[in-house]
Design a protein around this ligand. Structure first.
Ligand code: SF4
Ligand code: SF4
Length: 72
C-alpha cells in the first residue's frame, strides 16, 4: 500500500548561509547547488527525499525542511 506523497520543501535562509558547501556535498540527491558567492541554492527540488542531511549538517542552521503534508 502506498501512502500519500509528501512534498519536501527545502528552505534556505541565504542571510545565514556562509557558502561552506557542506549541504551541497552531503545531499545524496544533488538537490542543492552553488549560487551567488557559493551560497546554497535549490537546483532540483523534485529530487529531494526529505532525508534532512542538509538540515542536520548545516553549521549555521541556514536550511530547514518544510514537511508540507500536501497530497495533491
Ligand atoms: S551547509 Fe549551511 S552554510 Fe553551508 S552552504 Fe549549506 S546552507 Fe550554506
Ligand atoms: S533533505 Fe536530503 S535530499 Fe533533500 S536537499 Fe536535504 S540532503 Fe538533499
Amino acid at each position: 500500500m502506498k501512502t500519500a506523497e509528501k512534498k519536501h520543501k527545502v528552505i534556505i535562509n541565504s542571510k545565514w548561509c556562509k557558502g561552506c558547501g557542506i549541504c551541497i556535498a552531503f545531499c545524496p540527491k544533488a538537490v542543492l547547488g552553488e549560487g551567488d558567492a557559493g551560497k546554497a541554492v535549490v537546483i532540483d527540488p523534485e529530487a529531494c527525499t526529505g532525508c534532512r542531511l542538509c538540515e542536520l549538517r548545516c553549521p549555521d542552521f541556514a536550511i530547514v525542511l518544510d514537511e508540507g503534508e500536501t497530497d495533491e
